[in-house]
Design a protein around this ligand. Structure first.
Ligand code: NAD
Length: 372
């Protein structure tokens, strides 16, 4: 295992300049510390990035996807960890921000052995980082991790058995979309609105059902044909292929698959009034927020609108509080939209300023404990 340390904890998430050297990356990307774990016996190559532990232990999911290079994986972990710090801060939760990535092996022979090894990696950090489910990992994987460490959530039977956070994330995105529609289109109802969803996996599917129940028309794209067919059969959704989704004329474009999908190339194609979805790190660069504002597209900052999953984890034994907090995302986002308009700044700048204020002011967790 190797780790390197950078004591700065205040840079903003979402930057994306090419990097060739790990120490260059330490200059460019915001993090507190980054840890590497290599276990050839189980094919595990994993990275845990911790952005901040100021508000509490760093929390953040573990994703296992294909990366073009180890550098891309480190960069992803660092950017995602920063987003988690901002997400917990803006929701005033007693957690810091961290993220784990596993470089997906080409031919994985023993999934359980790999996640058990990852569990030992998490345990080695002594509770400084708490892991959870993310893209490419499952509740069953979390259960395996829990055989090695208590610092894991989203399990069924051990640790903090919060199960799949996706329905809660989807509910938060649903409230966020309603806030955006209220602000941008002056409408309370989603009936008759057209939503284009990119990615109908765990979150996208649950979101599609909520929107359909409110009478929205859906167009979807996902390379997984089973996933798209399910929504055609169940909700009568229209399918388009791949990148054709960007140009679909719609009211809301909901990225629920990948990061970095909002860039100069896609902004030129977008034909929507609102972008509001669950994907992390949607903007290729923070200045894409200004490009969206210039095109009069309202952007719901990703780490705010997708905080439903972490809210469920934070208020695990209080389902009524979770529901209240999810609904409150409507007010949080509406306030951000209004402030951005009043200050003539981007919604991302407003959200970042709010989160950074909380990250720099004294915080003992009392806000969280006293209220609930
Ligand atoms: P998932 O892996 O279940 O679903 C992602 C879907 O996107 C898959 O069906 C995949 O086939 C599809 N996809 C991949 N490439 C695509 C492309 N180019 N175009 C369209 N679709 C594509 O993941 P999820 O749990 O639903 O999460 C979705 C996003 O939301 C991720 O970015 C994740 O980090 C973020 N997020 C999820 C949660 C959660 O609670 N699950 C919480 C916060 C943020």
């Amino acid at each position: 295992m190797a780790s390197f340390i950078d004591s700065r904890e205040s840079k903003r998430p979402g930057t994306s300049r090419a990097s060739t050297d790990l120490f260059d990356m330490a200059e460019q990307y915001p993090f507190s510390d980054v840890h590497f774990w290599r276990d050839p016996e189980t094919q595990l190559q994993a990275i845990i990035a911790i952005h901040s532990t100021k508000l509490g232990p760093a929390i953040g999911g573990c994703r296992m996807i294909n990366y073009p290079s180890a550098h891309a994986a480190v960069k992803d972990a660092c950017c995602l960890a920063a987003g988690m710090s901002y997400k917990t801060a803006i929701n005033r939760l007693p957690f810091g921000g961290g993220k784990a990535v596993i470089l997906k092996p080409k031919n994985l022979t023993d999934r359980k052995a790999l996640f058990a090894s990852f569990g030992r990696f998490v345990e080695s950090l002594g509770g400084r980082y708490i892991t959870a489910m993310d893209s490419g990992t499952t509740i069953a994987d979390m259960d395996v991790i829990a055989s090695q460490t208590n610092h894991v959530m989203c399990t069924t039977t051990a640790g903090l058995a919060s199960g799949d956070p996706s329905p809660h994330t989807a509910k938060g995105v649903y409230y966020g979309i309603k806030a955006a529609v209220k602000f941008k289109l002056q409408q309370e109802s989603l009936a008759g609105l057209h939503v284009a969803i990119q990615g109908v996996g765990n979150v996208g599917y649950a979101l599609a059902k909520l929107l359909h129940n409110d009478g929205a028309k859906l167009t979807i794209a996902d390379p997984n044909q089973q996933a798209t067919q399910r929504l055609v059969d169940e909700l009568g959704a229209d399918i388009v292929t791949g990148d054709d989704l960007y140009a679909v004329h719609c009211d809301v474009f909901a990225p629920c698959a990948l990061g970095q999908v909002i860039n100069a190339h896609t902004i030129a194609q977008l034909n929507t009034a609102i972008i509001a979805g669950s994907a992390n790190n949607q903007l290729q660069h923070p200045n894409m927020a200004d490009a969206l504002a210039a095109k009069d597209i309202l952007y719901a900052p990703d780490y705010v609108i997708n905080s439903g999953g972490v809210l469920q984890i934070a208020y695990l034994n209080k389902p009524d509080v979770v529901q209240h907090k999810l609904a409150a995302l409507y007010d949080t986002l509406l306030a951000i939209f209004i402030q951005a308009e009043q200050q003539n700044s981007s919604t991302v700048d407003v959200a970042n300023s709010l989160a950074e204020k909380i990250l720099t002011e004294p915080f003992s967790g009392a806000d969280y404990e006293e209220k609930y």
